[in-house]
Write a protein that binds this ligand. Structure first.
Ligand code: LLP
Length: 429
């Protein structure tokens, strides 16, 4: 992976957008997530430009699940982007950040009645319906509210995106979407349902997709569907092309927005559709790092040592959950210049799965040394927990050469401040 936002300075160590990450670690401590606003803006702009250059009419809905911090959503809202949400919580965040309801798309395989009511009452732009059952529920709720819900049907195209089993979604065996074979008849039914304004289709085949081939295959099937539905006299004006474009964590070549735009144009461009994409990882993954500090360097004779960090799987779950590979870079220029040896990088949580890297070539890192774990802007902070009663890490945003604390480290008593102990169990009774 290349990181144009990161530079090693001989004196200040690793810098992000001209700001010393050591200075941030000195000020707020570790573990700390740091996000580059410039990188996020640049990458969203590249997605938008790629679509425009292909002559496509595409709206961009940022997938809030990748990083739902209010500052991130506010930044994107200011740039005019919409949001793809999957819960009432994400709806509330997006609205709070100033993203207009009509620019919000509600996806998700199981939306509760309360969430649907809220979404319809706020007038979200589009609900992506994932089942025949859900279609009827939405129609009933919309009618009760005296509203019309604009919907697409999310179709499972049964295409193999060849990505990690836990994040593939476009296979018939996955829980997502409506089976392709049922799509046309369900759309015909949706078009007659009171309370429903059926405008088209949506598809999303998985995440961390590096090749455009599965996209092309999926869009080709969706194009066929559009034509067959139109030939029945039904109107289709929208195609939501999903998210999933992959980034380079290690040596992969990242997914290219221009290639994605090319696939959309080749398969869907002639249909006169209003298109949309829902990118999450691609714009924000490479924009973030997680700063940690070596608590100890645990020597093991001739074996690779363990570098035990003060950050763990409760902060960054991806390595333990998906065997994900993340780059690890020392913050100090001296450390970075020292010859590397194989080492295991682990967290202090009481599970062997709490491992960030095995046999990673890194300089000998002594107690107190700091590191940045790379490409953690997406599915990083959002997947954190307080497992082992570890407070939620601090978060920092670097924007235009200045860093801002966007979340202080969680205070220890906040870990239990909503817990209550029945009187007969309190100390002294
Ligand atoms: N749209 C829908 C309907 C989705 O389910 C997703 C992601 C996206 C868009 C955004 O996909 P992206 O552009 O970020 O690939 N936690 C996992 C990734 C889970 C992705 C879930 N759905 C990870 O850390 O790899």
């Amino acid at each position: 992976a290349t990181h144009p936002n990161l530079k090693m300075d001989g004196v200040c160590g690793l810098m992000m957008d001209g700001v010393s990450l050591t200075a941030i670690a000195n000020a707020v401590g570790t573990p700390t997530w740091v996000i580059s606003a410039d990188t996020l803006r640049t990458r969203m702009a590249r997605l938008k430009n790629a679509m425009q250059a292909a002559g496509l009419d595409v709206s961009l809905h940022y997938a809030v699940k990748a990083n739902d911090h209010l500052a991130i959503l506010s930044l994107l809202g200011k740039e005019g982007f919409g949001a793809d949400i999957v819960s009432g919580g994400e709806l509330a965040r997006a609205l709070k950040a100033g993203i207009a309801a009509n620019k919000i798309v509600f996806s998700g395989v199981g939306k509760s009645d309360a969430e649907l009511q809220e979404a319809i009452a706020h007038g979200v732009g589009q609900i992506n319906v994932e089942s025949a059952e859900e279609l009827d529920i939405i129609a009933a709720i919309a009618q009760k509210l005296g509203r019309t819900a604009t919907i697409t049907l999310r179709i499972n195209p049964d295409v193999d995106a060849k990505t990690h089993a836990k994040i593939t979604t476009g296979l018939a065996a996955n829980k997502f979407g409506i089976p392709y074979e049922e799509a046309a008849s369900l759309y015909a039914r949706a078009s007659t349902l009171p309370g429903i304004n059926a405008v088209g289709f949506a598809t999303h085949i998985g995440s961390q997709i590096l090749s455009v081939a599965p996209y092309r295959a999926a869009y080709a099937r969706m194009a066929e569907l559009v034509q067959s539905v139109r030939s029945q006299g039904l109107s289709v004006s929208v195609m939501d092309c999903g998210g999933g474009l992959g980034i380079s964590y290690r040596t992969e070549v990242e997914g290219q927005p221009e290639a994605l735009a090319g696939a959309m144009k080749a398969e869907l461009g002639h249909l006169g559709l209003k298109l949309a994409i829902e990118p999450g990882r691609w714009p924000i993954g490479p924009a973030g790092v997680l700063l940690g500090q070596v608590i100890l360097n645990k020597a093991r004779g001739a074996e690779a040592p363990f570098y035990v960090l003060d950050t763990a799987m409760n902060d960054l779950l991806r390595p333990s959950m998906y065997d994900a590979w993340h780059g690890i870079v020392p913050l100090s220029a001296q450390d970075a210049a020292t010859p590397a040896i194989p080492a295991h990088v682990v967290g202090p949580v009481c599970e062997s799965g709490d491992t960030f890297a095995r046999d990673r070539l890194l300089p000998p890192l002594q107690r107190g040394a700091r590191v940045a774990i790379l490409d953690t802007g997406a599915y990083g902070a959002v997947m954190s927990s307080t497992y082992n009663s570890r407070p939620m890490a601090a978060e920092v945003l670097i924007d235009n050469g200045t860093w801002h604390s966007i979340r202080p480290r969680q205070k220890r008593d906040a870990l239990w401040h909503t817990e209550t102990v029945p009187a007969h169990l309190t100390a002294g009774n």
